[in-house]
Design a binder for this molecule. Structure first.
Ligand code: SF4
Ligand code: SF4
Length: 63
């Protein structure tokens, strides 16, 4: 799942146009991720100049 480190994000908007499913939106309250659209392609995470976007691998359940 893609997560945003809000403390790092400068709201530069650079990640918004690179998303191929338009899952990213810059709003007055910061960058928003539409998790229903995001397919974890990592493109936005790679282009973010401050590495504010990170893909968290789903933890393996052991129960
Ligand atoms: S590219 Fe990075 S710093 Fe810029 S708006 Fe996106 S997450 Fe924030
Ligand atoms: S990981 Fe890919 S699909 Fe998800 S928000 Fe970033 S660019 Fe869009």
């Amino acid at each position: 799942m893609l997560t945003l480190m809000e403390v790092l994000c400068t709201e530069c908007g650079a990640c918004v146009p690179v998303c191929h499913v338009n899952a990213l939106r810059l709003t007055i309250s910061g960058l928003k991720i539409d998790q229903n659209l995001c397919d974890d392609c990592k493109v936005c995470a790679l282009i973010c100049p401050v590495s504010a976007l990170q893909i968290e691998e789903k933890e393996l359940e052991t129960v």
